[in-house]
Design a protein around this ligand. Structure first.
Ligand code: PMP
Length: 365
């Protein structure tokens, strides 16, 4: 007998939901999950390997439950990047920023609590809300996908969510909020405000870390090594906040959630931050080129402060997505009518994408 989901005593509120599912397809040009297209350099691979070997000798023991050394390294990186003095006490880390966000919702959301996000935005925010039984209240963006700050502040005051999500730069639209706009929204929000800065390193604007001094009683800045750091496969996300927030997350995290191998690999990778982040300038330059060339080909492109761009307009976005795939280029249909999202790749990958995009611009799609 084949058991289906319907046969299982699944929670009623999870019935009919669909899991996160960016297609993982074996295609020559993969520009669909906003990764850094450059593999780690050989010196970094060698350092990660040596660090993993050293950690392997101790695998009979549980890892450092509090990942103290890694958190100190992340704090040092953030201090260097933002000029804001931070220590390990301000930083928490988990398996990708998705796990960081889940821990935040476990601690500050949950049954009887609400979370607001301005959509379209990162699709995992409502999925994690559902998993933690936090009621998700979607709020609108303007037609050009920017946040109307005054309207958003009024909405936060009237709905009073326990958690507010601000994604800057926003996935999948690419727009950022200025620090002054973030400050207005944090002031308006009664509860915790999470600024999801997965793409911070690609942005021209100073991030929300600069607001911790003034808004630290309710601000959490979430970051990741998956994008600019080229460490998506290593699974390491982190946050910066007041030490009390870190104390709160310790109540919900699973003991030893970050394996000894993950901690060692992330620390080794961080030692090469300068080299890895060297690719960011190139990717920003390529982003501007991709946006310009898409516009020249006749597309409407949302201005991007990240390593991806949302473009259209297509009559039938799913059909256009398939047309790209049929020509060997995997991009992303994020479910926004008439639009598709492309990640910035290497110059060669971008050339391949732009050739297909230019060709398809002449077709009725
Ligand atoms: N936040 C945003 C806005 C994202 O786009 C992503 C990845 N797509 C994440 C968080 C999660 O990334 P990770 O779990 O790899 O850190």
């Amino acid at each position: 007998m084949k058991v289906t989901l319907d046969d299982l005593p699944l929670r009623d509120d999870l019935r009919g939901k669909t899991p996160y599912g960016a297609p993982q397809l074996d295609v020559a040009v993969r520009l669909n999950t906003n990764e850094n297209p450059y593999p780690p350099p050989p010196e970094l691979v060698a350092d990660v390997t040596a660090a993993a070997a050293a950690a392997a000798a101790d695998l009979h023991r549980y890892p450092d439950r509090d990942a103290t050394a890694l958190r100190a390294d992340l704090a040092a990186y953030l201090t260097g990047a933002t000029g804001v003095p931070l220590t390990a006490e301000n930083v928490w880390a988990a398996n990708g920023s998705n796990e960081v966000l889940q821990q935040i919702m476990q601690a500050f959301g949950g049954p009887g609590r609400t979370a607001v996000g301005f959509e379209p935005s990162y699709s995992m925010h409502p999925i994690i809300a559902a998993g933690t039984r936090t009621e998700w209240l979607p709020a609108p963006r303007r037609a050009d996908f920017a946040i109307d700050v005054d309207a958003a502040a009024a909405l936060l005051r009237s709905t009073g969510p326990d958690i507010t999500f601000l994604t800057s730069p926003n996935n999948p639209t690419g727009q950022s909020l200025e620090p002054a706009e973030l400050a207005v929204l944090i002031d308006a929000a009664p509860g915790i405000v999470v600024v999801d800065e997965a793409y911070a390193e690609f942005s021209d604007r100073p991030g929300a870390v600069t607001l911790l001094d003034t808004h630290g009683h309710k601000l959490i800045v979430s970051r990741t090594m998956s994008k600019a750091f080229a460490f998506a496969g290593g699974r390491l996300g982190y946050l910066a906040a007041a030490p009390a927030v870190v104390d709160a997350l310790q109540l919900v995290r699973l003991p030893y959630h970050l394996s000894a191998l993950t901690q060692a690999a992330a620390r080794a990778s961080l030692r090469h931050a300068e080299a890895t982040l060297g690719s960011v300038a190139l990717l920003r330059h390529e982003r501007d080129r991709v946006v310009d060339e898409l516009r020249s080909a006749g597309y409407d492109v949302v201005p991007s402060d990240a390593n991806f761009a949302l473009f259209g307009a297509f009559t039938d976005a799913p059909r256009a997505w398939q047309a790209f795939l049929d020509r060997g280029v995997l991009i992303r249909d994020v479910g926004i009518p008439e639009r598709l999202r492309v990640t910035v790749g290497t110059p060669e990958e971008n050339d391949a994408f732009l050739a297909v995009a230019t060709d398809l611009a002449t077709k009725e799609l």
